[in-house]
Design a protein around this ligand. Structure first.
Ligand code: DP6
Length: 345
């Protein structure tokens, strides 16, 4: 007999960045972070988890290609899920004993895996919710977020939808390092995100090793985690609850800048932004200046691609300018496109 269940995991993009681990085995962060969950219609991982005594070993398929599930992180995630299943089986003796059966995990992304779009977060979140469903585990998302965190830090924020905070916690065993929902999607239905794929190449420095380098070599990093982020964490949650877009947007842009500054302050330095990314930053600033208030925010993860947040009522204005910029890309250098002359609809 084969047992199976299906679930999805959304992509989340941090507006207050997780960068730095205090424990790299348990993925415990040096600061709390906040993210916005993107719409699953456009970006999601769809995963079916199945298990059977007939399977040979644990196995993963992503968009048709096979991967062994033998990495330390994946093994930890599966071990945690299995031990929860054993508890469920012990409490309810009528349930089949499937906790030790090999698992087959079949995943499909509806976006290019290589585009640097936090695919590991959606992937781990989908895997965990599919296995939780298969195992009939109690579905407390914050509890599951602790397992997701061990797979990939940012994955713990992909189990909720809406606006999510990952509370760093301070226990050595990580039991208080979990994600919680700040507000659901309906709370601020006007919020929109546009992804500008500047490059679909694999990232320069993977986030796991990049953050270790920053923790060990950047002096500025200490200032970021002690002074800057704790205050910003409180302010950003408040801005979300109050649907205060200008404050939310300013904090988001400043935190992206702060994260890329500690990357530059690492030794040797880490560069994630390229010239196109920097032009997007200038363009968004120009847009906000010309609007007389902040109506758009940029943020960049460990790569050159931009995510732009804006409110739906300003969509024409924001996307109109971005469209003009991109349709002139390449011409910028030769000054055929000057953002100051852009016709803003
Ligand atoms: C810049 O979650 O990919 O996107 O925990 O090592 O798997 P690991 O790192 P990961 O790092 C994400 C870094 C970031 C910021 C963020 O998502 O908060």
């Amino acid at each position: 007999e084969i047992y199976y269940a299906t679930s999805t995991g959304p992509v989340n993009i941090a507006t207050l960045k997780y960068w730095g681990k205090r424990d790299k085995d348990l993925n415990l962060p040096t600061n709390s972070s906040i993210s916005v969950t993107l719409d699953q219609a456009n970006l999601r991982t769809l995963t079916t988890a199945s298990c059977s005594s007939k399977f040979d070993n644990d196995q993963l398929w992503i968009n048709g290609a096979t991967y062994p599930l033998d990495g330390a992180r994946s093994k930890q995630v599966l071990a945690d899920l299995r031990s929860l299943r054993k508890e469920v089986e012990n409490e309810n003796s009528s349930l089949p004993k499937i906790a030790t059966f090999p698992l087959h995990i079949v995943s499909e992304n509806n976006f290019p895996t290589a585009a640097g779009l936090a695919s590991s977060a959606a992937g781990f979140a989908a895997l965990i919710s599919a296995v939780a469903r298969l195992y009939k585990l109690p579905t407390d998302a914050s509890e599951l977020s602790k397992i997701a965190r061990k797979g990939s830090g940012s994955a713990c924020r992909s189990l909720f939808g809406g606006y999510v905070a990952w509370e760093m916690g301070d226990l050595a065993n990580g039991e208080d390092s979990k994600a919680v929902q700040v507000a659901d999607k309906k709370h601020w239905p006007d919020m929109k995100a546009a992804i500008l794929v500047v490059s679909d190449m694999k990232k320069d420095v993977p986030s796991t090793s990049g953050m270790q380098l920053t923790v060990h070599t950047s002096d500025l990093f200490q200032h970021r985690i002690k002074e800057v982020v704790p205050k910003r964490f409180i302010e950003m949650k408040k801005a979300i609850i109050e649907k205060d877009f200008p404050t939310f947007a300013e904090l988001t842009m400043k935190d992206s800048n702060s994260f890329h500054s500690v990357c530059l302050d690492s030794y040797p330095p880490i560069f994630y932004l390229n010239d196109t990314s920097k032009r997007i930053i200038k363009l968004i600033n120009l847009l906000n200046e010309s609007a007389g208030k902040i109506i758009a925010a940029y943020t960049f993860d460990a790569g050159p691609n931009a995510v732009i947040y804006y409110e739906e009522k300003n969509e024409k204005y924001v996307l109109g300018l971005l469209h003009q910029f991109f349709s002139h890309l390449g011409g910028w250098e030769s000054s055929s496109f000057d953002p100051k002359n852009a016709v803003i609809p």
